[in-house]
Design a protein. Structure first.
Length: 161
């Protein structure tokens, strides 16, 4: 099994496509197109589902950006807690985290905190897109050892508290 895409519900598909192209260096994989019909309703488990969809990609990673016209989407707080049940965030690896953050902040992207450096040397931070959806940016540290993982990072920070 391998990762294929992440689907995100957005308030404006053109604006979201532009955001991910501008700030993540993604490219439009398909022109924005309408979606709906019985097959979509069935697979999403959402009667009456219809709207517009844009797909952006970078390498093998894609984002499906859904703008629902029906059923009327409930607005999610743009400051929702990443501790709420459901998908918390999606993560992307970058080569220069400090430079990436600087460019994104210059474009108005909001981050939860300054970049953090973990004991393994991994650097990370969380940010939000225009609708408040959370992403994580990671810059790997030195070559990982068998114990260097998110779980190991968690164990190390937990023992420090």
């Amino acid at each position: 099994m391998k990762a294929h895409h992440v689907g995100i519900s957005v308030s404006n598909v053109e604006r979201a496509v532009d955001f991910y192209i501008t700030h993540f260096g993604m490219e439009l994989a398909t022109p924005i197109f309408p979606f709906g019909g019985e097959m979509i309703e069935d697979i999403q488990g959402l009667p009456g589902a219809r709207g517009r969809l844009g797909v952006v990609r970078r390498g093998n990673f894609m984002l499906e950006l859904f703008e629902y016209a029906a059923p009327a989407p409930a607005r999610k707080s743009p400051n929702y807690s990443v501790g709420d049940h459901g998908i918390s965030h999606f993560g992307l690896e970058v080569e220069d985290l400090e430079g990436t953050i600087e460019c994104m902040q210059a474009g108005g992207v909001r981050f939860h905190s300054a970049m953090k450096i973990f004991p393994s040397g991994m650097k990370a931070t969380y940010g939000r897109d225009l609708d408040g959806n959370v992403f994580e940016l990671i810059e790997q540290g030195p070559a990982p050892t068998p114990r260097t993982s998110v779980a190991a990072e968690h164990d190390q920070t937990k023992s420090e508290t």
